[in-house]
Ligand binder design. Sequence first.
Ligand code: C2O
Ligand code: CU
Ligand code: CU
Length: 511
Amino acid sequence: MVLHLGRRSFLAMVGGASAIATGSALLGRTAQLRSQASTGVPAQARLRSSGGRLDLELVAQETNVAIPGGPSRALTYNGLLPGPLLEAEPGDAVRIELVNRLSRPTNLHYHGLHISPGGSADNVFVSVAPGASHSYAFTLPADHPAGTFYYHPHRHGTVADQVFGGLGGVFIVRGALDQIPEVRAAEEQVLFLKDLPGEAGSSPMGMGMMLGREGAVLTVNGQVNPALTIPSGGLLRLRIVNASNARFWRLALEDHPFHLIATDGGAIEAPVELSELLLAPGERAEVLVRGERQGGRYRLLNLPYARGAGGMMGGRGSRMGMGMGMGMGRGMGMGMGMGMGMGRGRMGSGFEQQAPVPIATLNYAGSVTPLPLPERLLPVEPLPAPVRRRRFVLNHGMAPGLGMVFLINGRAFDHGRTDTSVSLGDTEEWELVNDGVMDHPFHVHINPFQVISRNGTPEPWRAWRDVVLVRPGETVRVRTRFDDFAGRTVYHCHILDHEELGMMGTLEISA
Ligand code: C2O
Ligand code: CU
Ligand code: CU
C-alpha cells in the first residue's frame, strides 16, 4: 500500500540538514572550477560501422580517471568516460558484447533507438551478473532516422548508481540529416554532459536519492571546461546529450544563439533560434552555432535551474516561465531565473546550482567564407488522430517499510505487472500529469512521441522526442505510434533515482 504524501510533508522530509550540507559543498566546488580551462577535447574513441556491421565489446568496469576536482575512480566502458562513440547507419547490423566487470548486475539500453525491445536487442529486463557477459544483436531499420542517441545501463536496482558512477556513451545514427549541405558543411562536436561526484566521494544516499543525486563536478566529454573552436564565418554542429542521473543542463553560449536542428528523435522541420537550451536527463539536442563574431573566447554556461521541491518554496507562480528556452521555442534572457532559487537555509537545495558555471570555452581560430544556415531540414510527419487516450499521473508517496516511493498512477514499479497494454500500429495520446512537487522528465522506450500541448497550449512546432519534462502542476499531452516492434518495454521518469524508487511502468506492445 502506498500513501499519498502532500507537499508539506514531502518538504519536511527532504528539507533536512544533510541536504543543506550538500548545497554548500556544491557551491564551493563550482566556484573552484570556474577558472580552470583545459586544452582541447581529445579525440574520443570512435567506432564506426563498416560494410553494414558494427561489432564491438564493451567492458563495464571501475577504473582510474583523471578529472580535475573529480573522483579518482569511475565506472567506465572500456576504461573510457564517456564510453566509445558509436556510429552506425540505417540498416546496419549491430553486435555488442557486454562484459560485466562491475560488482553488481548491469545491462545495456539503447536510449532513443527504434529497435526491438525483445530478445537480445533493447531488452531492459536482461540482467548480466558480475563476471558474466551478454551478446546484444539488433538491426537498425532501413528507415531509422538520423540522430544522436544514448547508450547506458538499465538494470533496475543498479541503473542510477551506475549512470551516476560514470557509465554511458553516445550512439550516432547517420542519415538524411547529415546529407543536408549546410549541415554537412558544419564542423561536428559531441558534447556528452555528465556531472560527477567530487573527489570527496559521492553524495549522500537517502535524501539525495529522493531529490535525485547531482554531482558537483560538471564535465563535458569527461573534461572540465574543455576548449571548442570555430572559425569566423564557420558553422559548428553540437550534438548534446544530457547523460546525468538527475541534473538538468540549461545551456547558453555567450553572444551566440543556438540554432536547433534536431531533438531526441532526429531532425525538426526548420531551424529554431534559441538563446538557451534546457535538457532534462536523457534528453538530446543538436544545434548549429554560427561563427558570427570576429574572434575571442566565449563561455558555454550552465545556468541555474530549480527543478521543483526547493523552487516550490516560493510558490508555483515564481517558477512560471523558467527554462522555457527549448520547450516553448523561444529563449529567455540569461538573467532570468537567477536569484529565483531559494536561499540555502530554506530547502537545502542539494540539487540547485546557484550561479552560471562555465562548462566549455569556444575559441575563434581562423576564418572561412561565411556558411549559411539551412532553411529547411526534414519533414516531421504529423501523427493521425489517436485511437485511444490514457492518463499517467506522476506523484510520490510513502510505502511502509520502503520509505519514499515515486509513483505512476499510484503504483510503484513491479516488473512482473503489465501496466499498459497497447496494440502494434496504433496511435495513442497520453496525458502526462504531474501532481507532485518536483520536475519529472517522462521517457518512453522504443517509439518516439510528439508533444501536442503543455497545459493546453499547443506545441509551436513538431518534433520527435523520447523525453518530455512535466513540471509540477503541469499536464503534457503527447502522441505516439507503436510501430514495427511488438514486445515488452518500459516508460519512466529519467531522473534515474526516481526510476529506482518506483517511477516506472511496463508497456506491452502486442501484435
Ligand atoms: Cu535512458 Cu529507460 O532510459
Ligand atoms: Cu530509454
Ligand atoms: Cu522524477
